[in-house]
Design a protein around this ligand. Structure first.
Ligand code: NAD
Ligand code: DAU
Length: 374
């Protein structure tokens, strides 16, 4: 079967990546979606069970840090576009061991940029490829390197203001510094080699399939198991939460309609203090588990703060709204309720991802912080 496009999605077995893969596989049967993922602790093929047999979906296990593997893959598959999500994504892990973040988030991104540059450079194209470039031009299918990034590259806000696309970069954790480096490299390749890139910087996502080390799924899992819910510091830090499927919809829009070379911020205009998020979750869990009112809140435990903890993130997403007509579809209360339903209905998934070494890591982190209660 011949496909209109051949898109490489990296990190497609992770949280956001799996929603993007699912959306593209189902919505665009005319595209071949190739999912490249190393399947680290955060990657899980169970996240994609419903699409794994689709004829326009193909999974490849591999590491973007492996330069020769990446080059070979591009030479073999001649992708016309890349949606790059693969990353080490957890801030706390980046504080404990930054090196993995440097390799995957920076070196891995450069390997993809180099491979794309090599096969998209007309001087390196075979006759067949040139024909397909002409065909693509006619069908107006451009090459595209789409880098998925984070609002954390902008640093931390005080009580007022929002991050816009022109806010200066000021990353403060090894994770955000590695993502900022990747963003700069993507833009440098656009400027120097005319690589057709687009970047989006998104706020905190939540929803099904998120690994339960991040605040919301961790809290749901802990309340479900009647164990303490750790709140860093005073719980006053603010995050801007977005339903993951709204992020995937934005990625679809930017991939197809975003201006080459542009950056778009994505966020929900949905700021919450961490403690308020946890309290709302406790209320929802009390209702759904049939517990007496206030029962889950008793699990809230204040623990040692994250080192260098960014105080507040808030995204101004008016550019993507005005230019491309994107807007979030759910209120936070609706999204959280759906998220809790999903975690309660997917006990087996939770069991799998919290067993073994990962579970041990999370427990160790908790006990370490607990010893240092503020
Ligand atoms: P995740 O940790 O859930 O998934 C990351 C995926 O990348 C996993 O499937 C993992 O196996 C894969 N991966 C890791 N290292 C790899 C390597 N060397 N080679 C190939 N695959 C590798 O992350 P997520 O939360 O889904 O985030 C996805 C992307 O979105 C990341 O780039 C992240 O920086 C960005 N982002 C995340 C959020 C958020 O709230 N989670 C917000 C904004 C941006
Ligand atoms: O803003 C986008 C970023 O959001 C993404 O780029 C990252 O990949 C993603 O992990 C997320 O980063 P955060 O550090 O904001 O997410 P996390 O869920 O780890 O923490 C959310 C807030 O909750 C943060 O202020 C720290 C706090 N926290 C977190 C955990 C895990 C707690 O109070 N207790 C916890 O146990």
């Amino acid at each position: 079967m011949s496909f209109q496009r051949k898109i490489l999605i990296t990190g497609g077995a992770g949280f956001i990546g799996s929603h993007v893969v699912r959306l593209f596989v189902n919505k665009y049967p005319q595209y071949l979606i190739v999912n490249l993922d190393k399947l680290t602790y955060a990657g899980n093929l169970e996240n994609l069970k419903d699409v794994e047999h689709s004829s326009n979906y193909h999974f490849i296990k591999g590491d973007i840090v492996d330069e020769s593997f990446v080059l070979k893959l591009f030479n073999e598959h001649r992708f016309d576009s890349v949606i790059h999500l693969a990353a080490e994504s957890h801030v706390d892990r980046s504080i404990v061991s930054p090196t993995d973040f440097i390799f995957t988030n920076i070196v891995g991104t450069v390997n993809l940029l180099n491979a794309a540059r090599k096969i998209w450079d007309k001087g390196n194209l075979s006759n067949n490829d040139l024909k397909s470039v002409e065909r693509e031009k006619k069908n107006s299918v451009p090459y595209r390197f789409y880098h998925i990034s984070t609002d954390e590259v902008y640093g931390s806000l005080n009580e007022t203001g929002h991050f816009t696309e022109s806010t200066p970069y000021d990353p403060r954790s090894p994770y955000s510094a590695s993502k900022a480096a990747a963003d700069h490299l993507v833009r440098a390749y656009a400027h120097t080699y005319k690589l057709p890139v687009v970047i989006t910087n998104c706020s905190n996502n939540y929803g099904p399939y998120q690994f339960p080390e991040k605040l919301i799924p961790l809290a749901i899992n802990n309340i479900k198991n009647n164990v303490p819910v750790p709140v860093y510091g005073k719980g006053e830090n603010v995050r801007d939460w977005l339903w993951v499927e709204d992020h995937a919809a934005a990625i679809d829009l930017v991939f197809h309609e975003g201006r080459t070379g542009a950056t778009y911020n994505i966020g929900g205009f949905n700021e919450w203090k961490n403690l308020d998020v946890i309290r709302l979750l406790c209320k929802i869990m009390d209702e759904k588990l049939g517990l007496e009112v206030g029962k889950s809140e008793q699990l809230i435990t204040f623990v040692k703060d994250r080192a260098g903890h960014d105080m507040r993130y808030a995204i101004d997403s008016s550019k993507i709204s005005k230019e491309l007509g994107w807007k979030p579809s759910l209120t936070f209360e609706e999204g959280l309720s759906k998220t809790v339903d999903w975690y309660l209905a997917n006990e087996e998934w939770l069991q799998h991802v919290t067993s073994g070494a990962n579970h041990k890591y999370n427990q160790q982190q908790y006990h370490h912080r607990k010893q240092h209660v503020r």
